[in-house]
Design a protein around this ligand. Structure first.
Ligand SMILES: Cc1cc2nc3c(=O)[nH]c(=O)nc-3n(C[C@H](O)[C@H](O)[C@H](O)COP(=O)(O)O)c2cc1C
Length: 159
């Protein structure tokens, strides 16, 4: 990644109540504070895994449902295997309700990516964001973490 090039960031997220979408947007805001990027944000059911071939950075997010990512996100990750994402960078994020469930969906997404999409290099540990109730809102103090996460990724990519 060269400083002058426009980096394409693709964010695929699932959501039932909109909180994970807000997290996706805040991460992109954080990246944009550091560097010039083109961001494409979409839902897994509207996104062909092959579209990720054009992306430099692939971010995948899901609400924690029963200790893991949603079915659509699992299927999307599986679809990334075998389309040649070697050398691309990625990271995952989740939203969760119970403190005891912290990072559960993130860890499962990372494991699934490492097993099924080995070419995709996960550059930072996944981000897990607390919601106050099932439908939200995102807990106080959590959105700044999303922007920091975006900035950390941008710093590492030197964009
Ligand atoms: C079917 C279902 C299962 C859930 N299971 C868990 C769970 O196991 N652990 C947890 O912390 N939160 C759980 N939650 C709460 C979700 O994580 C919360 O609704 C989500 O973060 C909100 O994000 P969204 O607005 O993007 O859907 C569950 C929610 C639903 C709807």
């Amino acid at each position: 990644m060269e400083g002058q090039l426009l980096v394409k960031v693709c964010v695929v997220y699932d959501t039932r109540y909109g909180n994970t979408k807000r997290v996706a947007e805040a991460i992109v805001e954080g990246i944009k504070e550091i560097g010039q990027i083109e961001a494409v944000i979409g839902r897994p059911e509207q996104t062909e895994p092959a579209e990720m071939f054009d992306c430099d950075l692939i971010l995948i997010g899901s609400p924690n449902h029963y200790g893991g990512p949603t079915k659509d996100i699992k299927e999307f990750i599986d679809g990334l295997g075998g389309i040649g994402l070697e050398g691309k960078h990625g990271a995952v994020f989740d939203t969760y309700l119970g403190a005891g469930f912290y990072e559960k969906a993130v860890k499962r997404m990372e494991k699934r990516i490492n097993e099924n999409v080995p070419g995709l290099k996960l550059m930072v540990p996944g981000l897990s964001i607390l919601v106050e109730k099932s439908k939200g809102p995102i807990a106080e103090g959590e959105l700044p973490k999303c922007r920091e996460f975006g900035k950390k990724i941008a710093d590492q990519l030197e964009i």
